[in-house]
Design a protein around this ligand. Structure first.
Ligand SMILES: Cc1ncc(COP(=O)(O)O)c(C=O)c1O
Length: 461
């Protein structure tokens, strides 16, 4: 027989456990222990015939799950591109989860739909995007790229008199899709999901930082989509989007910007130059769960031609309140039902303000430069121009680099991942967490340099 704990007691117990987790996060090892990971097997069991007490569900989650988490919210996690969730966003997220609103339609959930609209307009202003831009609150940059490219598909076909939503792709005129050779794989995935075929894209040569050279663009003929990026996932480099727009837009091409983290540079007066000319593009994908530091999952697609996005995404049905004085969030997203992820975004923006966002971006960038300087001083070459929050460091050949990275991950002071940048193995450091301090960088540098030097000595013996 299932046993229910009084609601307040159950939720307070969850909150207490969450608070303990977050309070211990800065001091805890970044890596989970082998024992904790092995313990995860305790979750694997047949589904109970009759349920268990709700509090025991929570207890098992905490006892088995908590120790096996990777300390991604902590200040010394530098893998992938991972934000750490500002406390105010965790708090707002908890409250919004308690509300459990389905934010699809304004009339049904006016509070959350209004918060999303407000957050959308604030970001359009923050990034300096065209006023007419509309946005979709999606799961992450993968789906933001997909949604943006769905709008692009709608528009480039509409321009040649083809209604792709109604008539599909069979028999449709061909579309040229141009991407840089260092395009993020999620853009390619989006292209595949849209039915264009992952292998049909035309890849353009890029420079040593991963940037497209506008002089090497082919001549544009017929329906064309050009995918650019703001912030390469390895180097942090920016395509010269303004120059690319100047070259291709007069010929009717749609320009998309994958700015999963790099778009946030536009919010910092010191880094906005990296986004020069971006406003001329047609769509921009970004993440809030990266550099805005809100909880997973939270991505954003911004599209200048909101009607194109709406045509690609909206649905009608007699039972849905699709007519509304205000925008219906689900008119712009692949999903109908979804959580009110705009609440977390609104909370972060309201708490930080414009200057707070800029300061957070600048702090991460200056910590990235501190990493690069410390590593170079210790004799390890940095492979990229550290223009943003990404650092690529080489420890020599692939086997040695992987060995050192494995040892750094096992040490637990910090967590950095591996990559291969234009044929050379490297360690990636991505500084994206609001709470990372100079002291965290110095502690991490000490550990990285100690391990890298001892592994080099070990190998030489
Ligand atoms: C440039 C770029 N695009 C897209 C993505 C995919 O983002 P998400 O994992 O949030 O879908 C990433 C993730 O790191 C990225 O760096």
């Amino acid at each position: 027989m299932t046993k229910n704990t009084p609601l307040r007691e159950l939720l307070e117990s969850a909150a207490q456990r969450g608070i303990d987790y977050r309070e211990s996060s800065p001091a805890r090892s970044v890596a989970a222990t082998a024992d904790a990971i092995a313990n995860v097997a305790k979750f694997i069991e047949p589904m109970p015939e009759s349920g268990v007490a709700d509090i025991s569900v929570l207890e098992q989650l905490d006892a088995v799950g908590t120790p096996a988490t990777v300390n991604m919210t902590g200040p010394r996690y530098f893998g992938f591109v991972i934000g750490g969730s500002l406390p105010v966003t965790v708090a707002s997220n908890w409250l919004a989860t308690a509300w459990d609103q389905n934010v699809g339609m304004h009339e049904i959930t006016p509070a959350t739909a209004t918060l999303e609209r407000v957050a959308m307009n604030w970001m359009i202003d923050l990034f300096g995007l065209p006023e007419e831009t509309s946005a979709a609150f999606v799961t992450g940059a993968t789906i933001a790229n997909f949604a943006s490219l769905a709008a692009a598909r709608n528009k480039v076909y509409r321009d040649v008199g083809w209604n792709v939503e109604a008539d599909g792709l069979i028999g449709a005129p061909p579309v040229t899709i141009l991407v840089g050779n260092e395009v993020h794989p999620t853009v390619i995935k989006g292209i595949g999901l849209l039915g264009f075929g992952r292998e049909t894209v035309r890849r353009l040569d890029v420079d040593g930082q991963g940037r497209i050279d506008p002089a090497k663009l082919p001549s544009i003929e017929g329906p064309t989509i050009v995918c650019t990026q703001a912030g390469n996932v390895n180097t942090g480099a920016f395509d010269p989007v303004g120059d690319i727009c100047d070259a291709v837009k007069p010929h009717g091409a749609w320009v998309h910007v994958d700015g999963a983290f790099g778009l946030w540079a536009a919010a910092s007066p010191d880094r906005a130059h990296l986004c020069k000319g971006f406003q001329a593009a047609d769509s921009w994908a970004t993440d809030a769960h990266k550099w805005l530091n809100v909880p997973y999952d939270s991505g954003l697609a911004f599209v200048r031609d909101g009607a194109a996005l709406k045509s690609a995404m909206s649905i009608t049905a007699d039972y849905l309140m699709t007519e509304s004085e205000f925008r219906n969030p689900s008119d712009y997203t692949p999903e109908l039902s979804r959580r009110a992820r705009g609440v977390d975004v609104w909370a972060a923006l309201k708490y930080l303000g414009k200057s707070g966002v800029a300061e957070m971006i600048d702090r991460c960038c200056s910590n990235a430069r501190r990493f690069a300087a410390g590593l170079e001083q210790a004799g390890f070459p940095v492979l990229n121009d550290v223009v943003l929050n990404q650092v690529l460091v080489s420890f020599g050949d692939e086997a040695r680099t992987r060995g050192i990275i494995d040892a750094i991950q096992a040490d637990g002071t910090c967590w950095c991942g591996v990559t291969v940048w234009q044929g050379q193995a490297a360690m990636r450091i991505s500084v994206c967490n609001w709470s990372t301090t100079q002291d965290d960088v110095d502690q991490s540098l000490d550990a990285i340099i100690r391990i890298a030097k001892s592994e080099v000595v070990d190998e030489g013996q």
